[in-house]
Design a protein around this ligand. Structure first.
Ligand code: F0G
Length: 364
């Protein structure tokens, strides 16, 4: 479809992108008086992955959530949570986080002039995310414990202190995050056949499923995708069927043993005819390197779990060359430079001399 000046309507639209709340206002619990706190999040690319498609035997597309203002999908939910917090007269917000939620909360709270505090597991948060929470002025508490313990404390804080919790137990977070599904349907003109997504605290899979359902009900798509969620093998409580007390994985963003939206994830999987499965750290890192080296997309390890799942388990029965698969790449690779550097050869040091450089490159 093209307009009289030959431009695709979506390319015009993206130039005027107004952020998640303004773009999808009709589907969100906001009114004309809600103060919109936005960093123009959302509107992220959905990009073809030709080499991955060839390997899988279907059209595979990647939703690049690292292109959000703070580098992860969390901004979609945070614009809603912070806007509603301001509307409801909050002064301070708090969250537990493996890193990305804290980065996003710090940025959006700062934008709104709210105080923020974040609880993160000491030693298990990627460097870039810690830098973000600090530079945006959040009060950062590093907990001697894991994410699940941090979330328990944050929930109690929300009950006992005058602070608004902006984890995905706050329903406005899920509302904002469902916009990812709206965009995919808008970008494809239809829902995909299969949706692959990493699962940690399980808010995002819950949100995407809600978004796909609402768009279908509104007549914006004619079908629903199968939802396939992937947990890291060392942190796979939903796959195991019970909480994991000491979750462990290289993908620190999804190092979670007792997801808050457990039921949302299992409903999404069962109602859509999909499933939740585990991928090992080796499989995650293989997908991470493949994306960077074969598709030139640099995502963080947790994000690569979606592609690792697709590469490990392949297409489900009934899908084939004519099918469309979307993998959500939830966060930017630059958030976790330590993992990237550990995955490749160490840079070679040479003298500041042309012949030394030529020799090292094998060009002399
Ligand atoms: N990918 C990334 C990059 C994440 O940061 C997270 C969650 C997930 C996937 C999983 O999403 O929790 O909705 O199932 N990060 C949270 C945080 C826990 O604190 O930043 P989920």
């Amino acid at each position: 479809m093209s307009t009289s000046d030959g431009l695709c309507p979506c390319s015009i639209r993206s130039l005027r992108w107004r952020g998640v709340i303004e773009e999808y206002r009709d589907f969100l619990p906001v009114s004309s008086t809600t103060p919109v706190v936005s960093l123009l999040e959302g509107g992220t690319p959905l990009i073809e992955a030709p080499r991955l498609s060839a390997r899988i035997g279907a059209r595979v597309m990647l939703k690049i959530e690292g292109a959000n203002p703070t580098g992860s999908f969390k901004d979609r939910g945070m614009t809603m949570a912070i806007s509603k917090a301001v509307e409801e007269g909050a002064r301070a917000v708090v969250c537990a986080s493996t890193g990305n939620t804290s980065a996003s909360a710090a940025a959006f709270a700062g934008r709104a002039g709210l105080t923020s505090a974040v609880l993160i597991p000491e030693g298990y948060i990627a460097l870039g995310k810690l830098a973000q929470a600090l530079i945006h002025g959040s009060r950062v508490l590093q907990l001697r414990g894991n994410f699940d313990q941090a979330l328990t404390i944050v929930r109690e804080l929300g009950e006992k202190a005058p602070v608004t919790v902006v984890n995905s137990v706050n329903p406005y977070r899920i509302e904002g995050q469902k916009s990812g599904a709206f965009e995919i349907v808008d970008q494809l003109g239809e829902a995909p056949d299969l949706h692959c997504i990493p699962v940690g605290n399980a808010g995002n899979i819950t949100a995407y499923w809600k978004g796909y359902q609402e768009f279908k009900e509104a007549g914006r798509s004619t079908r629903l995708p199968r939802m396939h969620g992937f947990q890291a093998a060392g942190a796979a409580p939903i796959v195991a069927g019970h909480p994991i007390e000491h979750p462990d994985t290289v993908a620190t963003a999804i190092r979670i043993g007792n997801p808050a939206s457990w039921e949302g994830a299992t409903s999404a999987a069962s109602e859509s005819g999909g499933g939740i499965a585990a991928v090992t750290d080796e499989q995650i890192l293989e997908a991470y390197r493949f994306l960077a080296q074969e598709e030139s997309i640099f995502c963080e390890p947790a994000s690569a779990a979606s592609v690792a799942g697709l590469m490990t388990y392949g297409l489900p029965d009934g899908l084939g060359p004519g099918s469309t698969v979307v993998c959500v790449l939830t966060g930017h690779g630059l958030k976790d430079p330590d993992i990237a550097i550990s995955q490749i050869q160490v840079p070679t040091v040479v003298d500041a001399d042309l012949s030394a450089v030529l020799e090292e490159l094998g060009l002399s």
